[in-house]
Design a protein around this ligand. Structure first.
Ligand SMILES: Cc1cc2nc3c(=O)[nH]c(=O)nc-3n(C[C@H](O)[C@H](O)[C@H](O)COP(=O)(O)OP(=O)(O)OC[C@H]3O[C@@H](n4cnc5c(N)ncnc54)[C@H](O)[C@@H]3O)c2cc1C
Length: 333
């Protein structure tokens, strides 16, 4: 059957059946590739109850959603999900399969690539279709971010890639758009799964920068780890997450999980407040598409002011505590 299929599939990730709008973001990139190939963007979901997720994937633009339901799939486990995912891919033969480059997406894509014996490109920041060969071209940072490299997998199908969150535009949610839902069964004896999830515990340094609507970041200009308690106070007051420049991370003031930029996370919050960050190109690469950028820097010539929506020239030590005080009053905290 379907060897000639050119469909582009997107994995819809969830945590125990709960998705966020970001779970559907790659349907936008998938549609762009599918349009170029003259094919369809489809989604696949594996879970205990997938109806709502499948319906939503249709609203976000999937033409067809392939779903596997079962009690074994309540909580994400790479081996169980990879077996189920590989069975779908083997049967329906998509041309391309995309996953978000999140912990879950990276786990699942690697396990599925091994099951299917195909290649996997990771952490794409751009995807195109090569005009001649109709093969996907994947661009990613290489050599510590000093170069961008473009790869094509010309050997195996489907072509699979993980894609950095927030680099492609979010597709529109439209309840008028509905997908055809294809329910497939895949049964797995509990003994066949090599892992059992006993519990999840939140890591102390876990920071959800990617999903945050408000991010307050600190750079070398905050002077040390004490400076980050000032930055964190503003992030906490605004209900946001705390980010950092690489200079601050390399100095050991905050863990790498907080780093924003070319070799850190790509973020797109509604508000990004940069404190003591000069605005190097590699930092801007991770945050320049934020909706509103506020820069606080004592040097009026700092490059960050060129892309800032609002700029405050001055010492963060004086400005940030005042902002905390004012926001606490306004927000009745
Ligand atoms: C391959 C490669 C990858 C990289 N990846 C990343 C990345 O992912 N993310 C990243 O951030 N960087 C990255 N970098 C590093 C980047 O080039 C810059 O060195 C780094 O972003 C600078 O961090 P910064 O702005 O905190 O420090 P600086 O450039 O030193 O700027 C500090 C700023 O603080 C201001 N300041 C000082 N004191 C105060 C004060 N009291 N109040 C207010 N302002 C003050 C100063 O005026 C200055 O503008 C990368 C570099 C390379 C080569």
């Amino acid at each position: 059957m379907a060897d000639e299929h050119k469909d582009v599939w997107v994995y819809i990730e969830h945590k125990d059946g709960v998705t966020t709008p970001m779970s559907y973001e790659l349907l936008g990139a998938g549609k762009m590739l599918a349009d170029t190939l003259g094919s369809k963007v489809c989604a696949f979901v594996i879970g205990e109850k997938t109806e709502e997720i499948a319906k939503n994937a249709g609203n976000y633009g999937a033409a067809t959603v392939y779903a596997i339901d079962g009690a074994s799939f309540k909580t994400f486990r790479p081996d169980a999900f990879a077996k189920a995912g590989a069975s779908l891919v083997s049967k329906f033969k998509p041309d391309i399969v995309l996953y978000r480059a999140t912990t879950q997406g990276q786990d699942l894509s690697a396990a599925m690539a091994a099951q299917l014996e195909v290649g996997l490109g990771s952490d794409a920041i751009d995807l195109q279709i090569d005009a001649g060969s109709k093969t996907m071209k994947l661009t990613r940072a290489a050599f510590g971010g000093n170069f961008l490299a473009t790869y094509m997998n010309t050997r195996s199908k489907p072509q699979m890639a993980t894609v950095r969150p927030k680099v492609f535009p979010m597709p529109q949610h439209d309840t008028a758009k509905n997908a055809e839902i294809v329910k497939e069964s895949f049964s797995m004896a509990e003994d066949d799964a090599r892992t059992k999830v006993l519990q999840f515990s939140q890591s102390e340094v876990a920071v959800n920068l990617i999903e945050a609507d408000i991010i307050v970041s600190g750079g070398r200009g905050v002077g040390g780890s004490e400076g980050f308690s000032v930055v964190k106070a503003l992030a906490d007051t605004l209900g946001g997450a705390m980010g950092a420049s690489r200079a601050a991370v390399d100095s050991g003031w905050v863990p790498y999980e907080h780093q924003v930029g070319q070799t850190g996370k790509t973020v797109k919050p509604k508000i990004y407040i940069a404190c003591g960050i000069s605005g190097a190109i590699q930092h801007l690469a991770g945050m320049r598409t934020s909706d509103c950028i506020v820069a606080i820097n004592k040097d009026a010539e700092a490059p960050i002011f060129k892309i800032a929506s609002f700029g405050i020239v001055g010492d963060y030590k004086q400005i940030v505590p005042k902002l905390v005080e004012q926001f606490k009053q306004k927000l009745n905290k």
